[in-house]
Design a protein around this ligand. Structure first.
Ligand code: G4P
Ligand code: NA
Ligand code: NA
Length: 195
């Protein structure tokens, strides 16, 4: 997706060979025009799959998941990273974050995703794919089906891309980074950016 790549090139900051800062338009300060286009792009890609819910994890995934859901005209659910005391029937799953070297729990209220739902997972980054694996377990636990996933940005050399490919479900990446460094900047994948 050209607008996203252009914005990353202009406003993203490569902090290290493995960390891209996107606080200026995606993660902290948010560019509404860009996020609207992202939602349109994902919705177009997954329009024929009979999606009934969009699911993400707080916080970085919420806005792209929301704009996607708006264009698909379905509800969006974001999994929380702590179990709120107000939840009566929480479904939970432990997820390991390699980036942060900790485990965390993702949590949704049982009846937000239910039997028969056809779920689209949307997230800001595909890195290690652990968030995806946790979401998949959570959806199965609700007797629903995870039918596709969409990621705004992937770091293609990290394990997530292979995990998604092996799983065989459709997924789309809007900006696939082949390699990056603070000195040389970003080089893109042009052929593997979507499946
Ligand atoms: P995974 O999501 O593919 O399993 O990978 P990982 O556990 O390594 O990612 C941990 C967190 O770091 C995720 O957000 C993910 O979106 C984010 N992340 C991964 N790589 C980058 C990167 O290069 N730049 C930025 N800015 N973020 C990255 P989170 O911490 O779980 O939540 P939140 O930040 O969305 O609230
Ligand atoms: Na995230
Ligand atoms: Na993040």
């Amino acid at each position: 997706m050209d607008l996203l790549k252009k914005t990353i090139e202009e406003e993203g900051v490569v902090l290290s060979p493995s960390v891209l800062k996107v606080d200026g338009f995606l993660n902290h300060k948010i560019d509404p025009i860009l996020l609207d286009e992202i939602g349109k792009e994902f919705a177009g890609a997954f329009r024929n799959l009979g999606i009934t819910k969009v699911l993400t994890i707080e916080s970085g995934g919420i806005v792209p998941a929301f704009t996607t859901a708006l264009y698909l005209n379905v509800p969006v659910v974001f999994a929380k990273k702590a179990e709120p005391s107000t939840m009566r029937n929480p479904k939970t799953c432990r997820v390991h974050s390699f980036t942060k070297n900790t485990d965390y729990t993702i949590c949704i209220e049982q009846n937000t995703i239910h039997e028969g739902d056809r779920v689209l997972f949307i997230d800001d980054f595909l890195a290690n794919g652990q968030a995806y694996l946790g979401i998949k377990k959570l959806v199965e636990d609700c007797h629903a089906r995870l039918v596709a996933s969409g990621f705004c940005i992937e770091k293609a050399w990290q394990p997530g891309h292979s995990i998604l490919k092996q799983d065989g479900f459709p997924f789309k990446v809007l900006a696939s980074i082949r390699h990056m460094s603070p000195e040389e900047g970003i080089s893109w994948n042009y052929d593997t950016a979507e499946t």
